[in-house]
Write a protein that binds this ligand. Sequence first.
Ligand code: PHE
Length: 463
Amino acid sequence: MKKKRSSFKGTLGFVLAAAGSAVGLGNIWRFPYLAAKDGGGLFIVVYLILALTFGYTLLTTEIAIGRSTKESPLTAYKHLHPKFRWIGTLACLVPMIIMPYYCAIGGWVLKYLIVFLTGAGETAAGDDYFTGFITSSTEPILTTVIFLFLCAIIVLGGVNKGIERASQFIMPVLVVLVLIISVFSLTISHKDGNVVRTGIDGLKILFIPDFTGLTIGKFVSIVLDAMGQLFFSLSIAMGIMVAYGSYVDDKADLGKSINEIEIFDTAIAILAGVMIIPAVYVFMGREGLEASGPGLMFIYLPKVFAQMGVTGRVVGIMFFAMVLFAALTSAVSVMEAVVSSFCDRFELKRKHAAIIETVIALVFGVIVCLGYNSLYFEVKLPNGSTGQILDIMDYISNYLFMPIVAIATCILVGYFASPKYVIDEVEKNGSRFGRKNLYVVMIKYIAPVLLIILFLQSFSLFG
Ligand code: PHE
């Protein structure tokens, strides 16, 4: 007899867990930077339009596949068409590749939280502090392992008592922290020589559309930036939404939940902009806004906090606690995509599957850490950037495998299984599928074309 599948107790639990996956480092360290770089309000409008069309299509597709098959990414796709079984393998490989390096970064966040909690935040503002930390031999490994164990504990707790419960606690706290820091960020001002910069000036950079120097080429690059960001931000093509979808009750209103997940993710991304852009602009001026990723989070922001004096310590603690929460719920979802795949495919118990994935992530997580120490080397990647082991893994998952999974999913649903498969799933139990016609056009024609362009961009084909 087939074992009964675990499920989320409530729709809210599902929405918070999926939003927990979607809200992650991307919202915090990349969205604000892209908005500042790509014309403020202009980028935000492009992003919103893409979220309502492109993002919505891909998110709906994955969650519907999960709920209708009630299976993990590794095994679900073959039920739509036997020729597409391989998508499942890739969609399970992606989270396996992401997990180790996401834990390494989660470990860095943990380290910074501890530094601020112990009152040493100012040392973290030193020029070489971050490099010194990640190139040291044991500490980054230790923080990676702690972060990984935190995830493993939640995943071992199960869908209900682990993931759902943790999300229901973490996500509201995260929202409160984001709101407090955002409001604070708007109230600050700083005198730099003769100029006084205020938080509101920073807010204008974020929201007012800036058309200066806008050419068609620049506009295309804004659209590509928004699309890449959206794709990553919604945790699409990582197997995650299929896994989470498989735990959703048949009676739940899928369309409504999907809207809520999108609104949650986008709202937090915009609020992250409100939190970060004014603070960085006030203390570092325009050039501060040129940093993104680890540079922004671990080098620039500690400098900003240091300039705020005692308040900076409190803000620093709140900020890194918030980032840790965001990273943790994302990492949990990555781990769950793998664990559910192992359970379904090899008929393993959750406990055993979780232990196996923890060991795999541990081994590769240590290798990622050593990539800044004894295994250090530099490579040039096809997208033009240079990097270490972490960047290679990030490139393979985000720039190669994920677009392939998403393109193949569009072709599978658009031409082999039929869009009706997804529509019927959403409309089950009388739920409404709001943008049905749009969905069909998107999944068959527009989304695959956009994704192919995004994929080609991984090789810097458009400069
Ligand atoms: N969606 C997350 C973000 O925006 C990214 C992510 C989630 C990455 C899960 C990996 C796994 O940061």
